[in-house]
Design a protein around this ligand. Structure first.
Ligand SMILES: [Zn+2]
Length: 61
């Protein structure tokens, strides 16, 4: 089988390299744009949700 076809079937990309998109470790969304204390979040909504879930809002209030 041609390598391009093989790669495409295996990874969905013709060159066989999967782009550097890492799913958000907090909610599983693909974009990570917000950084907070060394953690990365896909959005401010996600960050706020995480802060609430971890009672962070209370600690810094
Ligand atoms: Zn997220």
């Amino acid at each position: 089988m041609h390598p391009v076809i093989e790669n495409t079937m295996r990874t969905g990309y013709a060159d066989g390299r999967i782009p550097d998109v890492v799913a958000c470790e907090h909610c599983g969304e693909d974009d990570q744009v917000v950084e907070f204390e060394g953690l990365t979040f896909c959005s401010t909504d996600c960050l706020v949700r995480w802060l609430l879930e971890n009672d962070y809002a209370k600690k810094i209030a």
